[in-house]
Design a protein around this ligand. Sequence first.
Ligand code: HEC
Ligand code: HEC
Length: 228
Amino acid sequence: MRLALSTVGCAVALICLTACDPPGKPGPEEIAPSEVTDFKTLFSQNCSGCHGPNGQKGPGRILNDAVYLAVIPKDTLKHVIVFGREGTAMPPWAMSEGGPLTPQQVDALVDGIESWKKPVSAPAGAELPSYAESTPGDPVNGKRLFGRGCFACHGPGARVGSVTDPSYLSLSTNQNLRTSIIVGRSDLGMPNYRFLNAGHALNDQDVSDLVAYLASLRPTESAMGNTK
Ligand code: HEC
Ligand code: HEC
């Protein structure tokens, strides 16, 4: 009996040596939030609620998309994660900006998202528009292009949500509109820039024109137009 008990005691002590930590110190399964550097964990804890598990099929922008990752410069990707987008649902994530993530965690996210990159080939005449607007857009031409390339899906009564709705536009930056037009939503059935001009590609200026048209429908002059 004595022997049996001490064997049990011994076993418990052994288990505790390997599995139990002194109280107060987080065990191996509960790493302190600031110590997590695994990309998948960081992304699912902080980003997938809006951007979808694995960066797709969320209510917010697709991030796991070859065209998106070909067009967004790495510095810009990092900048958005650090500072967020003021006035939108995208908050700043870096501790330096009042967010929850350390510099190492921000870098792990940037590198992890970049690891989703795949080569994209733009066919002749369908050069990738630039991420940032390079020339001012013309809203009149934008309206015309919208009627040709977007209205069928986004016009009143269409099955997809309206993107001309002032309340939608007041929560979305010009950059977000631009990104959406270039990238589309391959996860939800919106084609990318290559197919949005009556089946042909939109060029850089066309994208700026479409954004200028949508921006002209915002109820008031807001900060949405000049965010990085
Ligand atoms: C509460 C919702 C929400 C969460 C959580 C969130 N985002 Fe966002 N994110 C948004 C919205 C909304 C936008 C578009 C903002 C705009 O209008 O420019 C955005 C934009 C972005 C963009 C820029 C898109 C572009 O225009 O190129 C990146 C990159 C991004 N988010 C990454 C992340 C990462 C990484 C995380 C996790 C650390 C994250 N987001 C968490 C809502 C969210
Ligand atoms: C074949 C249908 C179709 C066409 C054509 C189309 N879209 Fe979309 N669009 C969609 C779908 C589907 C979504 C995803 C809707 C959702 O979030 O529920 C979407 C989403 C969007 C969004 C939100 C992006 C996001 O990240 O969630 C914007 C902005 C947008 N479209 C603008 C446009 C503009 C501008 C055009 C024309 C240049 C256009 N779309 C053409 C189907 C289309």
